[in-house]
Design a protein around this ligand. Sequence first.
Ligand code: XIL
Length: 345
Amino acid sequence: MHKNRLRLVGALAAVLVAGGMAAPAQAHDKQPTLADLAQRHGRYFGSATDNPELVDEPYKAVLGSEFDQITPGNGMKWYATEPQQGVFDWTAGDEIVNLARAHHQKVRGHTLVWHSQLPDWLTSKEWTAKDLRAVLKKHIQTEVRHYRGKVFAWDVVNEAFNEDGTYRETIFYKTLGPGYIADALRWAHQADPKVKLYLNDYNIEAIGAKSDAYYKLAKELKAQGVPLNGIGLQTHLALQYGYPTTLEDNLRRFSKLGLDTALTEVDIRMILPATEEKLAEQATWYADLTDACLAVRRCVGITIWDYTDKYSWIPAFFEGEGAALPYDEQLQPKPAYFAIRDALK
Ligand code: XIL
């Protein structure tokens, strides 16, 4: 009841801001940031960012002040870090790590093993299991070693399952079998015994076939002593598909396995144009997923997949959709921003 009222106040404030009747939130320097509020709960509140955006000074100002955790949107992916076999390039990832360190922000490493955004040299060849294993091990260990002490967590394997809970038939699965996941975790752990190791995926926010597959795998890996610390729920939601109401229960069942959880790539897209109603519903969803994370002790933090619609990946990947983030294209906070604040208060 109390929470709902606060949210209404937040939504009203947002309308006033939109109508030019009040200054935007970041104009009040003394207001606690999302990071400040999250820290009071022992959580972080982070944003992804990407190298091309880092020339935008107003963008960087909010990125550096409002958040206490950063994920590189692309800079640590295989195509970027090992563009030729055995030739490593840390330029993009390092730029983001250095920026984050300058703002005392922690960094999530994303991602070591994924079927997408692979370099051509890797995808254009037929590999024997022996050779691909060696390539995979070298990639993981070289990258994890390079960022040792600089990232607190790694998305070791990204998007390993299909919607029905079967293994995705990636080059790694097809060549190495399902054991590539345990191997990847073990190799990463050897290279940095302190970093938290995650499996990360989308459409695993609700309880269902795909999240069940993670639950089952995580349980097996734990039983076998494989170094797995957490499950990352990407949380790319869309208004037209409904809110995942079992999110909190789902987070809790992973906690009970002794795992951390994190909402790692949150955005809530909608079919454009954005209306006041849709933005209000989006705000409620952002508050609800924040509540869900706060309600489960081992949900360690929330990362939005960039913070502003100006740099969201959504319009380029989902035709006719967008407006997915808590700040608009002018870097002004939307109702979602105020709803997150209220939920964190
Ligand atoms: C996206 C980036 O944001 C885009 O810039 C890029 O073109 C494609 O990848 N799931 C993930 C992220 O794990 O790495 C993806 O990031 C979004 C979906």
